[in-house]
Every structure is written in C-alpha cells, then in structure tokens.
Design a protein around this ligand. Structure first.
Ligand code: ZN
Ligand code: ZN
Length: 181
C-alpha cells in the first residue's frame, strides 16, 4: 500500500472526530476509491472485517470501521484494575474508585500509556496520555487521548460519580474544543 494512502487511512480510523466530521470524511471516500480500499485494508490488518464493504456508502463504511476499532480497544478482555496512584502529570494522589476502574486522574484527566487492552499493562510505553477531546454516546462520555511519547490513540470512559469525579470544567473545555495545558 502506498505509504501516504496508509497514513491517510490510519488518520481516518484513529483521529478523534465528531459525528459530523465522520459523515463528511466518509462522503469524501465515495470519490476516492483507492483511499476507501486503504481504509478497508488497514481495518482488516487490525482484525476488523467489514462485511459487505463493497456496497456500503463511504460514510457508513467509515462509521462502522471506527466504531469497531473503538469497541475493540474498549472491550477486548478488559481487566478492571481499580488502584490508587499518583498522577504522573499533576501529582494528585488518586484514590481507587470502588466500583469503576480508575484509569485516569480526575483533576487533570491525564492517563498513562500502559495498556494495550484495558488493564493488561502490556504496552511498555509509559508516556503520559493527554486528553484531546470528549465524545458523547448516549449517557456515556468518552475521553480520547493521544500519547505524548508515541502518539498512540487511546480512549477512557469519563468517571462522573463517586468521591472524586472527573473535573467537570476540564471536560466542558475539552468538549468545547479547547486544548488543555
Ligand atoms: Zn493529574
Ligand atoms: Zn505511548
């Protein structure tokens, strides 16, 4: 596959986008068959088989591929690790949550790139994950991350309940498109 096409396909699959942006990017795929094929091929490399992809409209194809990539990241045998830790970014002493796995700092929202599948501690990178945007699906709020060290994309679910919930002002700023310092 042409490296530039691959780069564009990976970007389409991984870059945090709003629903509207996914729709527009998908519609553009209809006019770019090579890029469309590259998206299907990159998804397949990741174990995501897009059934009936030949006949799908670009926006549906892209939406399916992105949803599947996201759910693979979130749900493939996650291990619920709910542990206290000191935040690598702001030094906040984060206590275990009690019901939900505490995987990011409630005060600055940063996380650390340690997992491939949630809880497996298999990534071996250790870079700080900076939040780049939030996405709402029904009542669920998902924080999208980019690793400061290796640029990997990750997602965590926002934690809104318990003793030390995520900072609502920071979540609001992220959803308004602000970059957190
Ligand atoms: Zn922090
Ligand atoms: Zn990393």
């Amino acid at each position: 596959m042409d490296p530039e096409l691959r780069r564009q396909a990976v970007d389409l699959l991984d870059r945090p986008m709003s629903r509207g942006q996914v729709k527009r990017a998908g519609e553009e795929l209809d006019g770019r068959p090579e890029l469309r094929r590259a998206v299907v091929d990159v998804a397949r490399e990741r174990g995501i088989e897009l059934r009936g992809s030949q006949s799908l409209a670009g926006k549906k194809l892209l939406r399916h591929a992105r949803d599947r990539a996201l759910s693979a990241q979130v749900r493939t045998n996650p291990i619920a690790r709910d542990e206290a830790f000191v935040c690598a970014h702001c030094g906040h002493q984060v206590e275990a949550h009690g019901r939900t796995a505490r995987d990011h700092c409630p005060r600055c929202l940063r996380s650390v790139h340690v997992d491939i599948v949630p809880g497996d501690r298999a990534a071996g990178c250790g870079g700080v994950l900076d939040p780049v945007c939030v996405e709402t699906r029904g009542s669920r709020l998902t924080i999208h991350y980019r690793c400061r060290r290796c640029a990997a994309a990750r997602v965590n679910r926002a934690i809104l309940d318990g003793d030390d919930p995520d900072d609502w002002d920071l979540l609001s700023a992220l959803s308004a498109g602000e970059v957190l310092s």
